[in-house]
Design a protein around this ligand. Structure first.
Ligand code: ISL
Ligand code: CA
Length: 554
């Protein structure tokens, strides 16, 4: 495996800086706060950190609206603080990738300020301006944050395009000068020593020629159209050549709207585009936009299989169950009740950390942190949630209680509440008033207590990460689902040359006896188990509620 790139065997950890650790008491997480907690990452054993946007931003979308790509957000600190964080990670052997948000900028970026100043401004074509049609927007594109994806600008009498908030105007990637600026920004951070980029909604950068209206069918899932522009692969290959070639960089594209069949076009190494992508099929399995819908284990495991198939022989995949845009994994796919939270968090970690993919842990999931008990719309912060309330509830389309019921499961804020470091009411996150409330269950779920408990969710993650490092079969081994139609127990093998392991996870609270196929037997090397050890040589495995097992096979 020596010829394999470093990022295939790496375990990544996503940090949402606003909520990780506050070092100066203003209630907002910051870079020095992260630096003060690097021992936590070392103890966990992760290899690379994905830092959500740390750049100067007015925070219309918590940093995903960038005003200056070469400056650090004032709330997060200074460039010296960034350099200090990077040095701290480097001396611990941990790489850093930063968040490249270049489908759009902030409306306060100098480029947009110039662009909107006059139709003749040299920066006009950095963005997408169109005349209105019949007194309305140029087409029927919706924004993901509710309403139209077009905003009329009085100063020049045209509309500009924004797939997200009106404060996030989309860049015009058809303009070579835009692409040249982006590649220069990438080289700036690579030269500082970052190891690569997570690329925000990167498939959206190529727009449909002529920007025709979406059909009724396309309107049901606009991201599919937004992600299938004709030049996306040309742009990504040019980006590779201009900014990434020869850097041994790790890139992961947020492939919102990209189907499994298109994935190889982004990740086949021979195409020199991206290292890997995030699919959304798992985290959106039980969602129809803001509504929550039931999911089944066969659906869940079908996505695991499709993800592995899409990576194929020449590509690579990611595995993740949570990020800053999704509910907490244990609340989403596990059971966050006091009885089953620990066991189910361990079970989900076992699944995520034994895939043929680079795992991306989200801050706090290593503790089994849960969703937050939001009660009213005022408890929420997210621009997306506020947009839903404004366009659905305030217009009378949806009762407030109905939207709140679904948001209690699907809102992005659940993953944005502060990291729970201690049992104190402030979670040890801040000495001030946190920007978003700390979950009251920090008394039961916090890093301090788990560090001292070898049976904690934290140490289960630590052991699994160590297993990946010790057993190449867990990284590169072929994936085979042993029972695709299974409704209760997720069981699969990973096989590489002479080595084979079997992963068996009870995805429910009821105890169950699971029969493995004849050719798969539990060997005598039990790699990890969150309950009673199975008998070596057995092919009938008794599993306690939410028990997970990783074992060598005979
Ligand atoms: O809720 C969503 C869309 O309806 C999310 O999936 C998210 O908006 C989408 O995945 C794109 O996410 C990325 O771009 C957004 C930003 O708000 C997200 O935080 C970021 O991860 C715009 O930059
Ligand atoms: Ca702070």
């Amino acid at each position: 495996m020596s010829h394999e790139p470093w990022w295939k065997s790496a375990v990544a950890y996503q940090i949402y800086p606003r909520s990780f650790m506050d070092s100066n008491g203003d209630g907002i997480g910051d870079l020095n706060g992260i630096t003060s907690k690097l021992d936590h990452l070392t103890a966990l054993g992760v290899d690379v950190v994905w830092l959500s946007p740390h750049f100067d931003s007015p925070n219309a979308d918590n940093g995903y609206d960038i005003r200056d790509y070469r400056a650090v957000m004032a709330e997060f600190g200074t460039m010296d603080d960034f350099d200090r964080l990077l040095a701290g990670l480097t001396e611990r052997g941990i790489e850093l990738i930063v968040d490249l948000v270049v489908n759009h900028t902030s409306d306060q970026h100098a480029w947009f300020v110039a662009s909107r100043s006059s139709p003749d401004d040299p920066y006009r074509d950095f963005y997408i301006w169109r005349d209105g049609v019949d007194g309305g927007p140029p087409n029927n594109y919706p924004s993901f944050f509710s309403g139209s994806a077009w905003t009329f600008d009085d100063s020049t009498g045209q509309y500009y395009l924004h797939y997200f908030a009106r404060q996030q105007p989309d860049l015009n990637w058809e303009h070579p000068a835009v692409r040249a600026e982006v590649y220069d920004i990438m080289r700036f951070w690579l030269d500082k020593g970052v190891a690569g980029f997570r690329m925000d909604v990167i498939p959206f950068i190529s727009k449909q020629p002529g920007l025709p209206d979406l059909t009724r069918e396309q309107l049901r899932s606009p991201q599919d159209t937004y992600a299938s522009g004709p030049r996306v692969h040309e742009f990504l290959h040019e980006m590779y050549v201009e900014a990434l070639a020869g850097r041994d960089a790790m890139t992961v594209g947020e492939a919102f709207g990209v189907g499994f069949e298109q994935a190889p076009l982004f990740t086949d190494a021979r195409r020199e585009e991206l290292s890997m992508i995030f699919h959304f099929d798992l985290v959106r399995l039980d969602r129809r936009h803001w509504r929550r819908v039931p999911w089944t284990l066969p659906q869940f495991r079908a996505v695991l299989q499709a993800t592995d198939d899409a990576a194929g022989e020449h590509g690579w995949a990611t595995s993740f169950l949570c990020n800053h845009d999704n509910p907490r994994a244990v609340s989403h796919f596990g059971d966050d009740s006091p009885t089953w939270r620990v066991a189910s968090a361990k079970a989900l970690a076992t699944v995520m950390l034994t895939q043929r993919a680079t795992p991306f842990l989200y801050q706090g999931d290593e503790l089994g942190m849960t969703n937050f008990p939001f009660r009213t719309i005022d408890d929420y912060d997210d621009v997306e949630v506020k947009g839903l309330w404004r366009t659905l509830v305030e217009t009378g389309k949806v009762p407030g209680d109905e939207l709140l019921h679904h948001l209690a499961h699907t809102a992005r804020d659940h993953a944005r509440t502060p990291m729970q470091w201690t049992a104190a009411p402030d979670g040890g996150f801040t000495t001030g008033t946190p920007w978003l409330a700390v979950n009251p269950n920090t008394a039961e779920i916090n890093a301090a207590e788990q560090l001292d408990d070898p049976e904690s969710v934290f140490h289960h993650h630590r052991r699994l990460i160590a297993l990946r490092r010790a057993h190449p079969v867990l990284v590169h081994g072929a994936y085979r689902d042993l029972d695709p139609a299974g409704e209760r127990v997720l069981a699969y093998t990973r096989t590489l040359a002479g080595a084979q392991v079997v992963v068996i996870v009870n995805m429910g609270a009821d105890p169950v006896e699971h029969a493995l196929p004849g050719e798969v037997g539990i060997g005598d090397t039990l790699l990890t188990s969150s309950g009673p050890a199975p008998l070596p040589g057995s092919s009938i495995v008794a599993l306690a509620g939410w028990q997970s097992i990783v074992a060598a096979t005979v």
